[in-house]
Design a protein. Sequence first.
Length: 351
Amino acid sequence: MKKSFIMATVIIMMSSFGAIGQAKADSLKDKLDKIQISGFVDASTFTSNVNSKTTTGAADASGTGLDQVELDVEYSDGNIGLRFDLQISPSSTATVTNDSLIEQGYITYTLPDLLDDGLTFTYGKFNAPIGWELLDAPDMYQFSHANTFLYFIPTNLIGGMLSGSMGMLDAAVYYTNGADANGTNTSGGMKTYGGRLGITPMEGANLGISYLYDKNSNGANSPASTIIDIDATYTGLEGLTLGGEYNQGKGQQGVTAGVATKSKGWFLVANYALTDMFGVTGRYESADFDTSVAGKTTAYTGALTASLGDGLGALFEARSDKNTNLTAADGNGMPAQQTVMSYAFEMTYAF
């Protein structure tokens, strides 16, 4: 009897431990099933030729670089989720920081019974919901971004955002730190607010209207920065994507403290799928860094794209930038009195 009792006890304990272990394994499997992992590798060969009317400004450049490696992780459990994008840009000359290694990192909470698909609160660091062009290479039709993207709108915001959609309308509003500013600071803390209203009146057509107000964009002696941005997309014709953006701002990047500079930029872009494999893109743009003084830049960009397999893409781009009456000291990174021809071959693989 004693031996039987001991044996039964051992069997029961082993069964209990086995059940606990199986429950933990099932719980881990359930969590792993809710994780989505994606990313990409982006490499390119680039060359530029400068025709300058002055003795200062940019120089010719060429070389092959590993432009970006990115790993994106998403997790959702019901109406709660998170996402973080880890990135590094080896060919960039900028200093690598903890902040630049993390493109995005945010938590989401969705109230499911509001609007069409719920009202979502996003908290952390996220891509700014403004403009037509997207940030990452696999999402672009060209190798280069338009100057409107590069100089007139922020890349990331750090704070809180509410977003949702109802019928033909979608909207996002946010309250954050200054544009591309992470952590605490001594010049005002949380100070940027804005949002985007999207309108889809019919299938294949979308209009976006964005507004951003940065209370104090360049320090204690600087004026507030404001941005009004309008973007439009039309995909109603088979194989054709048409897009455009208009941006005007006050107190933009590169502005000297205390100066209320006004800027304006716009572009038009068209992409046409020639076949399932090949496509062609054209873009024309203009950027005026200060509308109160002479000088602006215009650019023509053409690209041939190829889809080489599941997630593998390649493109060739030719671009011409013409800078008229720009001064070398405008602080916006544009060379003075120059025409720059640039060429790029790029390959990306996204999974």
